[in-house]
Design a protein around this ligand. Sequence first.
Ligand SMILES: [Zn+2]
Length: 53
Amino acid sequence: MWMCSICGYEFDGEEFLNEDGYVCPLCESKDSYRKRDMSMEIEMAVREIKNND
Ligand SMILES: [Zn+2]
């Protein structure tokens, strides 16, 4: 899963890969997105739950 850091558009796979790299289909910005790290998001969620305890 990839997510554009400009507009927040999420997408799977490599369908937007071209010779310049990934281009966001929504805002057409290049190199603006990062791979979503699910393990990190889970860890943050767990931490939040612990803080609420
Ligand atoms: Zn975008």
